[in-house]
Ligand binder design. Structure first.
Ligand code: K2U
Ligand code: ZN
Length: 159
């Protein structure tokens, strides 16, 4: 089912998500709804926070043909290195893109949608997307990295 996505400056986007205790059927249903919602919005990532579920679940698919679904539950960054600046957008901040500096390479440990622990290394867009989504789980939006002036201009445009 397609879920409603919270929009900036909604305060609920600032809630820090809780760890998932066990990957049960409710989580599996949420993951499936998150993929459906992400694909429907032409996103390449979506965090549970954005659909008002404050648990540490992320779905990602940076492929053009929706062929590489990736689900990260309770993700933790094990390593990070390098610098990259990509133009980011956010399904919770419509019609706004900006270059953001992040690490180019990261190594993550997480649970998959079967509750099995796995490790993944990522570079470039995948690395940026994972970092963007993990920020969501900590109540951080990409606009938070911009100057106060830019944030005020954005808020004015939205209000
Ligand atoms: O809101 C979200 O978390 C989805 C983000 C994922 C993203 C993270 C980093 C860099 C770009 C996108 C986007 O809104 S998905 C739409 C999109 C796709 C490609 C490039 C820019 C925006
Ligand atoms: Zn986002």
């Amino acid at each position: 089912m397609i879920l409603p996505i919270l929009s900036y400056p909604d305060k609920r986007l600032r809630i820090v998500a809780e760890n998932v205790k066990n990957v049960d059927d409710t989580i599996k249903k949420l993951v499936s709804d998150m993929f459906e919602t992400m694909y429907d919005s032409n996103g390449i990532g979506l965090a549970a926070t954005q659909v008002n579920h404050h648990i540490r679940v992320i779905v990602i698919d940076i492929s053009q043909d929706k062929s590489q679904p990736l689900c990260l539950i309770n993700p933790e960054i094990i390593e990070k290195s390098g610098e990259i600046s990509l133009e980011e957008g956010c399904l919770s901040v419509p019609d706004y893109k900006h270059f953001i500096n992040r690490n180019d390479h990261i190594k993550i440990q997480a649970l998959n949608e079967k509750g099995k622990t796995f490790k993944i290394e990522a570079n470039d867009l995948l690395s940026v997307c994972i970092q963007h989504e993990m920020d969501h789980l900590n109540g951080i939006l990409f606009v938070d990295y911009l100057s106060r002036i830019k944030q005020q201009r954005l808020l004015k445009k939205i209000s």
